[in-house]
Design a binder for this molecule. Sequence first.
Ligand code: ZN
Length: 311
Amino acid sequence: MDIQQIYKLYPTQRECLHHLEDIRWGDDPACPNCGSFNVTQFKNELRWHCNDENKSYSVLKDTIFEGTRLPLQKWFYAIHLMLSAKKGLSAMQLSRNLGVTWNTAWYTAMRIRCAMQDQSYILEGIIQSDSTYVGGKPRKTNIRSKDGKNKRGKGTKKEQIIGYVEQRPDGKVVAKRVNKDVETLELLQLLKKNVKIDKSVLITDEGKEYTQEFDKIIQRYMVKHKKEFSNHGINTNTIESFWAIIKRGITGQYHHLTKRYLPFYISEFAYRYNNRHNKNMFNELIDDSLKEDKCFIYMKPKKGVEAEICV
Ligand SMILES: [Zn+2]
């Protein structure tokens, strides 16, 4: 789907709404509140009326589009732009493209990221695992270690992300932000949740987070980066190149992002990576945008519940 097709297929708000109604309800428009089919369409207002509850609603209720004043055509355009920006798209850039304020652009992008959450893949085959650090540089006072060099990775205030990726041309990735003190546990949990252990082998570097617990449940090969980057084809290059995309995106597009929102950005990068050969990506994301579980769980998380991930 390119921009021309979007404008041609959905020239007005009415066409956009009809398209969303078709996807969400098909031939049976049900009330999102009570599930009743005893409903009547308001012809002029582009809304529906539930006769059981005597309430009106639109197809946007309980979706990422709920309460929006932005025309749906601009939403579709925003989705298209985000899907085609390999290294991410800043709210500033999006605001210029859509002709809206920075605030509107930021919220639009965040809601689209909500629709990209929780793409649960089960990986198998040759799996590479690694972790990386992203985020701002630490303050000047604590960046120098004893040898006078800038500190990197562990021990800085950067955020840590862990990930698994299938080592094949159309391989999928799963990635997650973790707290530095629980990385081994979370790596194991992510492994058990997203990898077919009996049908896979794992390639890691010599990181301390890969303990004997891993070797107990999965066959593992280690690349010793101090000696070599690839040992007869055994390497962690695939996951390294996924980190490179995230890092370039975060440095180049999203200069400041807080810890709280990092999971949303990781899911955006993972979504694009996992759909890089998917020609139907636009329609599938529109489909996901209408799912109630994608709606406000992440935008308005309950107290104490943090946005999960990213797979
Ligand atoms: Zn109802």
